[in-house]
Design a protein around this ligand. Structure first.
Ligand code: CUA
Length: 406
């Protein structure tokens, strides 16, 4: 998380503006500081000093007008690029290379969407993020996936309090405010034209395109860290998110897998699985079946979470869990289970799922999963209405099931 290594035009514009301000203020500091130091040394009192007290006169019109003029000049020097940067970062650019129809090879794209950039609706919750892709009909949580080198238009909303979207190396920050929609655009890496301009290259040839593809792959494809940047309650510091930047093909593959969702264990269809579940759930055995059963009944998970494919897991109060086993972190980026090379470490992943279910109130104090108005896992009861939290064995099986959602 740094704003000094920029990976896109928005962050770059913000960085340039920051550096301009730093240099201007640094110049003022040097100038004022040196006059101050000269005055201290030259006019300090010495032993047996019989110099007369310097004139205590009030101001010199020439100096005062000069300083006012210089201040105005410096403010203009900062203000003009600031306004330019505000406009630049506010208006989503119209870049035909970024139109969905230009680069997205997957299925199910409406014709009227072909000439728009990718739109992602970012919705803030205490304390996690939903990312909806309305043009593609998918929703994910906490780890957004975006294509490299393309303009992405974000619509930012909140369901509860004010949050702020900040992806330091790519762009930020814009607030998510309840009752209104803010927008911003992000772009990981330069588009072809801008890249050529920076490299002082010209032309269109396939070699150039290849060079450009190499640039995206080597410098831009990555796993980026984001953070909520507006205090939003007790677990604000634990409201992180991720952006995975990938190539066009990998993006289309990810969308396809999100759309497809999951099947129940044992290669059954959901119809077959529920037929058994409704009549004779004891016939569903094995860790994954047991885990899925807990997901549906004892744990009440399905009341708040969607798992694409499962026709009865339709709750929207919590994060969408489609492919949650493929994410490199859970609990909105707070529990990580990946290596330096952004590869999942399965043991750590299991431990994280277990910890998150077992001690969700410790991992993220105040979160809704623990206390959801009588339905949270911190308030689970048995048939007599007595408190009956999930047992270690139940948490173990539930963790295995969640881990299998890949
Ligand atoms: Cu959301 Cu801080």
């Amino acid at each position: 998380m740094t704003t000094f290594v920029t990976k896109g035009p928005v962050a770059e514009a913000q960085y340039d503006l920051f550096m301009l301000t730093v240099w201007v203020t640094f110049g003022i500091f040097l100038l004022v500081g040196s006059v101050y130091i000269v005055a201290i040394i030259k006019f300090r009192e010495r032993p047996n000093d019989d110099r007369p007290m310097p004139s205590q006169g009030h101001g010199n019109p020439l100096v005062e007008i000069g300083l006012i003029g210089a201040s105005i000049l410096l403010l203009v020097v900062i203000a003009v690029p600031t306004l330019k940067a505000i406009w630049f970062t506010h208006d989503t650019p119209d870049d035909p290379e970024s139109y969905l129809g230009t680069w997205y090879s997957g299925e199910g794209l409406a014709e009227e969407e072909a000439e728009n950039p990718l739109i992602v609706k970012v919705i803030g919750y205490q304390w996690w993020w939903a990312f909806e892709y309305p043009q593609l009909g998918i929703t994910t949580a906490n780890e957004m996936v975006i294509p490299a080198g393309k303009v992405v238009h974000l619509e930012l909303r909140s369901v509860d309090v004010i949050h702020s979207f900040w992806l330091p190396r790519i762009a930020g920050k814009v607030d998510l405010i309840p009752g209104r929609t803010n927008s911003m655009w992000i772009q990981a890496g330069d588009n072809f034209a801008r890249w050529k301009e920076k490299q002082a290259l010209q032309g269109e040839g396939p070699e150039l395109r290849e060079q450009y593809a190499t640039y995206l792959e080597e410098e831009i494809h990555d796993y980026y860290y984001g953070q909520c940047a507006e205090f939003c309650g007790e677990s604000h510091a634990r409201m992180l998110f991720r952006a995975t930047v990938v190539g066009d093909d990998a993006f289309a593959a990810w969308v396809a897998s999100e759309k497809e969702g999951h099947r129940p264990p044992d290669n059954k269809t959901w119809e077959e699985w529920y037929a058994v579940y409704d009549k004779n759930p004891d016939a569903l055995t094995g860790d994954l079946n047991e885990g899925l059963k807990i997901f549906m009944d004892r744990g009440k998970c399905a009341t708040c979470h969607v798992v694409k494919g499962n026709p009865r897991a339709l709750g929207v109060a919590g994060p969408n869990l489609t492919n949650v086993g493929s994410r490199l972190s859970i609990a909105a980026g707070w529990l990580n289970h990946h290596t330096e090379e952004a590869v999942i470490d399965p043991e750590q992943q299991y431990e994280n799922f277990y910890k998150w279910i077992d001690q969700t109130n410790v991992v993220k104090p105040g979160n809704l999963m623990w206390k959801a108005n009588g339905g949270g896992i911190g308030e689970l009861t048995d048939e007599n209405g007595d408190l009956a939290l999930l047992t270690d064995d139940e948490i173990h099986k539930l963790s295995l099931y969640l881990q299998s959602l890949q």
